[in-house]
Design a protein around this ligand. Sequence first.
Ligand code: ADP
Length: 190
Amino acid sequence: MKYLVLFGPPGSGKGTQSENIIKKYGYAHISTGDVLRAEMANQTELGKTAKGYIDAGQLVPDDLIIDMLAKTMDGYTEAKGIIFDGFPRTVAQAKALKEMLGKRGSDVTVMINLQVDNDELVKRLLERGKISGRSDDNLETITKRLETYNTQTAPVIDFYKEDGKLENIQGVGSIDDIFAAISKVIDSKA
Ligand code: ADP
């Protein structure tokens, strides 16, 4: 089974490109953001706790996320591949993922890092906020999320670089061109 980490700052296009990967490769998709939004909509204990962090542009604590991810992953033992979208977001999460996959006798196949500059991200997220209805797509929370990304999430890039899994992809340009670059990387890991 292929294990693909789709990585990048908020607004870098992880969700859009995940859809393309699902269509072409038939991989399963785990988005921690989507799982959290479902928990919030259902007003579960986890959802209620998560909302405070999410609306403040902060990360939900590692132990809650790792536990949630492990449970979600148990449901995917048959897939051809799994796309991790929005996870790992801290080095601790990256280490936990390595351990979880190690128990399956496996490891992350590749980490695809979508690179997009800050001004473009703010522009995209504000645009998305007009239609997404997401409580975290407003300028104040967006600014905080990008700050959180730079301090807590960007170090994950070095973790995968040292692990020999990092592939950088330019996340600006046409969606099709970016997807072509992603496909090339996935195909090279057959
Ligand atoms: P985006 O990529 O646009 O920031 P997501 O939908 O991936 O959006 O995540 C929304 C919010 O959910 C994040 O800002 C964060 O608060 C929380 N979240 C999602 N995934 C994680 C994670 N792996 N660890 C901690 N918090 C997370």
